[in-house]
Design a protein around this ligand. Sequence first.
Ligand SMILES: Cc1cc2nc3c(=O)[nH]c(=O)nc-3n(C[C@H](O)[C@H](O)[C@H](O)COP(=O)(O)OP(=O)(O)OC[C@H]3O[C@@H](n4cnc5c(N)ncnc54)[C@H](O)[C@@H]3O)c2cc1C
Length: 258
Amino acid sequence: MKIVVLMKEVPDTYGERKLNLETGLAERSDSEAVLDEIGERALELALSLAGSLDSPEITVVSMTPESATTTLRKALAMGADKLVHIADEKLVGADLGLTAEVLAAAIRRTGFDLVIAGNLSTDGQGGVIPAMLAELLGVPHASSLTSVEVSAERVHGTRETDGGIMEVAAALPAVISITERFPAGRFPNFKGIMAAKKKPVEKLTAADLEVDPEALDVPRSIMLAVSERPARSAGMKIVDEGDAGEKLAEFLIQNRLA
Ligand SMILES: Cc1cc2nc3c(=O)[nH]c(=O)nc-3n(C[C@H](O)[C@H](O)[C@H](O)COP(=O)(O)OP(=O)(O)OC[C@H]3O[C@@H](n4cnc5c(N)ncnc54)[C@H](O)[C@@H]3O)c2cc1C
């Protein structure tokens, strides 16, 4: 079974993260680059499923800057079989539609039975790439799963919402996205790190995938402006001296919240 895991390189989740106010892109030089934790969880799931599947092959696909190869190698050290790295300066500032188009082309080229993605990246936080991919690939999508089981023909899983737990299933090939309820990725051991050096890494550009980032006949969104988030101001505290209700109503009216 061919499993594709989608992973991004992101600025360290625990460090200070900043946007470049001119380009709107993440300021990568300000913090250490790491694999997105949700992507590591997706890979961990693929590795745990592999044991019970026939001829499993795990390919990590990533569209990230050229410099990310070192970070991405960690995925090979964790146990992925292959890495497909799409790195192209023409993709800087790609919107969600273009990203999905590029990833779908790379996944089609690799071949797949199951695509596993995170439900939301920690930097872009668009949360729509997996659904867009399923649409472009013409396969079912099971989103935000909190548990997953896979057989040769189907993927089963659960989705938790505020209202309850849903059980979902889809025929393969399919795209699934998972939440942070899945276990964190394993630490690569020495054997894994050494083995990773010999594993195949394929580098691709948009042209290799026959995607034109500058095409004018495709709808794309553009960022018009970016500004720093305003600093949080202290909230208003109402102490009840018999008139708290009045004060609260006044506050709501003043702030057009009522
Ligand atoms: C040169 C270059 C520079 C880039 N710079 C930035 C940047 O500064 N900030 C930024 O947010 N993005 C950057 N990207 C990546 C890309 O543009 C975004 O990943 C894309 O817009 C997806 O948005 P999202 O993370 O909000 O998606 P979401 O829908 O939140 O992602 C959900 C899941 O989809 C998968 N996924 C999403 N994007 C990718 C990807 N690129 N590769 C593999 N799997 C993916 C992951 O499994 C992720 O957990 C860059 C890409 C390139 C090639």
